[in-house]
Design a protein around this ligand. Structure first.
Ligand code: ATP
Ligand code: MG
Length: 200
């Protein structure tokens, strides 16, 4: 690299650093966040469990409510259930195509929300993961306004992570951070079955 090019690179990096430093200096607030991980791509629940690991690593207290029980032998449940500081609850029996009873699904959704509401009212819980919650709104099993009111009334420093496809607009608007995970490619469509450690 010529001296000129090296100097131009140095000056560009210095300008970038000044911008990044200014952005970092401007973000001084601490608050409990509402995060929504949605979209058709892989990575919603596993991202939520990544944050769970981070929180526990800081000695925080966490709760997980799984609203759709896909399978009972997931690596995340086996691992996190035994960790100090986690309350792991599974609600919902599969829903719709498994139970084929709307009445049972609605009852399971309500019971699940009652479990979530306990954590939402507990200031000792630093992080609450509501895994696959969005489907309860899609199917009309749970009233969105009620859920949003309970979430809004939570302790001010409590973080809540909600996962599931097709998050409703009002939930996206209420959230602080929203990731819409795209599906560019998935091995399943090439005939690869769900792999332990990657998919469950
Ligand atoms: P993960 O738990 O791996 O982060 P996810 O929470 O984003 O996935 P879900 O819709 O909850 O995705 O689906 C759970 C299961 O379906 C996982 O085994 C995941 O690998 C798989 N899966 C996720 N997205 C797709 C997809 N686009 N096509 C096929 N299978 C998928
Ligand atoms: Mg998921």
């Amino acid at each position: 690299m010529s001296d000129d090019a090296a100097e131009r690179h140095r000056a560009r990096m210095a300008r970038r650093k000044a911008r990044v430093d200014a952005d970092i200096a401007a973000a001084q607030q601490d608050k409990g966040l509402l995060l929504v991980l949605t979209g058709p791509g892989k990575g919603k629940s596993s991202s939520a469990f990544g944050m769970l690991a981070r929180a526990l690593g800081h000695g925080q207290k966490a709760a997980v409510v799984q609203f759709i029980k896909g399978r009972s032998d997931t690596g995340e449940e086996a691992f996190f259930r035994d960790q100090a500081g986690v309350d792991w609850q599974v609600c919902g029996e599969g829903f719709t195509w498994e139970t084929q009873s709307r009445e049972r699904d609605v009852a399971a959704a309500r019971a699940g929300w009652a479990v979530a509401a306990r954590s939402l009212a507990d200031p000792a819980v630093n992080l609450l993961v509501l895994d696959e919650l969005t489907y309860l709104f899609s199917y009309g099993y749970l009233d969105l306004a009620t859920a949003l009111a309970d979430i809004a009334a939570r302790p001010p420093m409590q973080h809540v992570v909600i996962t599931g496809r097709a998050a409703p607009q009002a939930l996206i608007e209420a959230a602080d951070t929203v990731s819409d995970i795209g599906d560019l490619k998935h091995a399943f469509r090439a005939g690869v079955r769900a792999q332990p450690g990657i998919d469950w």
